[in-house]
Write a protein that binds this ligand. Structure first.
Ligand SMILES: Cc1cc2nc3c(=O)[nH]c(=O)nc-3n(C[C@H](O)[C@H](O)[C@H](O)COP(=O)(O)OP(=O)(O)OC[C@H]3O[C@@H](n4cnc5c(N)ncnc54)[C@H](O)[C@@H]3O)c2cc1C
Length: 322
């Protein structure tokens, strides 16, 4: 069975959930082989084996942390030449998509991004499902040139446990001078609160202009914390400076696909929908019954958010018995 390369996302040896999602997709296409860059494979390999990884190509070189994404694309290109895989799957994160693009150029292959599902077509070749125009149209795409490279959105595929050998094979790697053109000069660890990461969260509470002000937006944080959710925001909010830009959801912000997305005081402009439309369940709170967000909401509450959210908080508190 042909190998399918999966680029692992990991931090401190801990495998990120999106990697398990990619393994689940890879298993439908062939025999999953993980590509692991940098240290940590000793702790990570067992987890990969629980989700079907048969092999793990581990390249532990300081070049990966020293030189942005080019070395990773170079490593993948050499593995593609060496192993002739049926496909390469990467996480549809900002980094993953840049790596996918670079790899496509290096290998003369087609690349598909923002896939929310990957299946095997009649001929066994990977078929990617992609939402377009803010989710109004779903397309199924195949790559016709080279090795299919597919960037899959985090949270779009449910990871399924499946035993794999996860046999680790060390790969020696040294980046070329060209791949060292952009070096990392400093790393600043972002202050991380208790809240889950926005793009990986199972629950997201997002606030819009309806919150009225920076002060008013705090009710969104309260609701998110009561639910253990990540906080998101519309562009109206981030442009106004009520909440940092890194939390913007939408076409020019983050793409999220949680189990539950709550849009509070958000109208549902197409550019916002583009970043959250594939959420499994969408709940909207808006005082305007004609707001477009209700067109895609599974549950809608028409009302003033400053009346509705406190009631919700009371109910959540009762439910938790506090
Ligand atoms: C190129 C481009 C890229 C863009 N990218 C993005 C993007 O990535 N993300 C994004 O979000 N936007 C993006 N936008 C902007 C987008 O078009 C909208 O302007 C924006 O999403 C509106 O934000 P909003 O829904 O918070 O505000 P509004 O559209 O002003 O909606 C506010 C909503 O709150 C409701 N409301 C008001 N008060 C209350 C209350 N007290 N209780 C309950 N409801 C209330 C109103 O009825 C209204 O529906 C982009 C635009 C362009 C042109």
């Amino acid at each position: 069975m042909a190998e399918v390369l999966v680029l692992a996302e990991h931090a401190d040896g801990e495998v990120k959930k999106v990697t398990l999602e990619l393994l689940t997709a890879a298993k439908r296409l062939g025999s999953p082989s993980v590509v692991w860059t940098g240290p940590g494979v000793d702790t990570g390999a067992a987890r990969l084996g629980e989700y079907g990884a048969e092999k793990v190509y581990a390249a532990d070189s300081p070049d990966f942390s020293g030189y942005v994404v080019a070395p990773t694309a170079e490593l993948l290109a050499s593995l593609v030449a060496d192993k002739a895989p049926a496909a390469v799957l990467v996480a549809g994160t900002t980094e993953g998509k840049e790596i996918a693009g670079r790899l496509a150029i290096k290998t003369g292959s087609g690349v598909l991004t923002d896939a929310v599902n990957v299946t095997a077509g009649d001929d066994g070749a990977p078929v990617a499902e992609q939402p377009n125009f803010g989710g109004a149209i779903t397309v199924h795409s195949v790559v016709r040139a080279g090795t299919p490279i597919i960037a899959v959105r985090p949270n779009a595929i449910s990871p399924e446990a499946a035993a794999g050998a996860a046999a680790v094979e060390a790969v020696s790697f040294a980046a070329s001078d060209a791949a060292k053109a952009a070096a990392v000069t400093e790393r600043v660890v972002a202050e991380k609160g208790e809240r889950p990461d926005l793009t990986e969260a199972q629950l997201v509470v997002s606030g819009g202009r309806g919150t009225g002000s920076e002060e008013g937006f705090k009710i969104i944080e309260k609701l998110a914390d009561a639910l253990g959710a990540a906080v998101g925001a519309s562009r109206a909010v981030t442009d106004a400076g009520w909440y940092p830009h890194q939390f913007q959801v939408g076409q020019t912000g983050k793409t999220v696909s949680p189990q539950l997305y709550m849009a509070v005081g958000i109208s549902g402009a197409i550019q916002h929908r583009a970043g959250m439309q594939t959420s499994k369940t969408i709940v909207a709170i808006n005082k305007d019954p004609e707001a477009p967000i209700f067109e895609i909401a599974d549950f809608g509450i028409v009302g003033d958010l400053f009346t509705v959210v406190p009631q919700l908080l009371d109910e959540i508190a009762k439910h938790k018995g506090v």
